[in-house]
Write a protein that binds this ligand. Structure first.
Ligand code: ZN
Ligand code: ZN
Length: 334
């Protein structure tokens, strides 16, 4: 079968590789649609803990092609999406509902071959069957939405909270919809792209500002916001964001920074203003609630797919440069 293989950092090729026959408790899925994630670019650049060679791709949907031994209740031809998480289920972290910190952590497309190929094999327990009205594009969006759902679980926001969000990319736009659904009052969004801010406004932002207008955001809440979120991963933006947290406010680091990034913050503010600082890493048993949220159309992700490319276009896409105005780009495989 045809696959995108990252043979070593900086070297991605389309090549023929063996078909992944499903083993015990596994099914092989004929891949339809795969979302491209920042992590795929990190793997390409050698900035992630992946082994090489590897087939990337962890946000995907497709059709069951072959069912292995010991798989109840799944059949060839079903339309599915899958949680890429491979938690061991046996370590201390898995046993205490912290599977995203599993001592033997793995994920499809990160530590074992993923879905940027004609076929991918998946443990059956990771699958969900897509309802007829859910497109393959939406199915490939359950995984990123599951990261947003985990962030919302971490945040525990209260109805009426005033929220400031930095970053209105594909993830930021899902956060905007989530904050609105979760009962935010004021919802202020900052980004460099006017186009993305306009979209944020359509989905419930009460005020939007370009980075150049940032000081105007301060006049809205001179004492600061109840919740401040960074969805950019840019250290300078994060330093700025911290100055907007109000008394007893919460800060969420959602954007992924370079691993060696450093920022300055004033610990007196942390003490004096009773702040809570929160991180949110990937997915932690949040794939099913994300699927349910999408199924009931509480969140609209289809306008976030800016374009679909072919598998053959992937090597040059990884190489860059990439258009900064794009939201989510997906690969259409079949
Ligand atoms: Zn991802
Ligand atoms: Zn574990």
């Amino acid at each position: 079968m045809k696959a995108l293989v990252i043979e070593e950092p900086g070297k991605a090729v389309i090549k023929d590789v063996p078909y992944p026959k499903p083993g015990l408790g596994e099914v092989t899925v004929k891949v339809s649609q795969v979302g491209i994630c920042g992590t795929d670019v990190h793997i390409y650049k050698g900035e992630f803990l992946s082994p090489y060679p590897i087939i990337p791709g962890h946000e995907f949907s497709g059709i069951i092609h072959e069912v292995g031994e010991g798989v109840p209740s799944f059949q060839k031809g079903q339309r599915v999406a899958a949680d890429p998480s491979l938690f061991c289920g046996k370590c201390e972290y898995c046993m205490t509902n912290r599977g995203n910190h599993c001592e033997n952590w793995g994920a499809l497309g990160n530590t074992v071959d993923g879905s940027m190929a004609e076929y991918v094999k998946v443990p059956y327990k990771n699958l969900v069957v897509l309802p007829e009205e859910m497109s393959f594009e939406e199915g490939a969006f359950i995984e990123p939405l599951a990261c947003v759902v985990y962030a919302m679980h971490r945040l525990q926001m209260k109805v009426g909270d005033q929220v400031l969000l930095f970053g209105a990319g594909a993830m930021g736009q899902q956060l905007v919809q989530s904050f609105k659904a979760a009962g935010a009052s004021q919802l202020v969004v900052v980004d460099i792209s006017e186009e993305k801010l306009q979209l944020a406004k359509e989905w419930g932002a009460t005020h939007v500002f370009t980075s150049a207008q940032l000081e105007e955001a301060r006049t809205i809440q001179p004492r600061g916001f109840d919740i401040v979120v960074d969805a950019t991963g840019i250290p300078n933006v994060i330093e700025e964001a911290l100055t907007f947290i109000g008394p007893v406010g919460k800060y969420l680091q959602f954007g992924v920074t370079p691993t060696d990034a450093k920022i300055k913050m004033n610990p007196f503010d942390l003490y004096y203003k009773d702040w809570t600082l929160i991180g949110s890493m990937a997915i932690n048993h949040t794939f099913i609630p994300a699927f349910n949220w999408l199924k009931e159309k509480r969140i609209d992700v289809s306008p976030l797919v800016s374009k679909s490319i072919s598998l053959e276009e992937m090597p040059s896409f990884l190489e860059g440069p990439r258009d900064k105005n794009l939201l989510k780009v997906q690969v259409k495989i079949s």
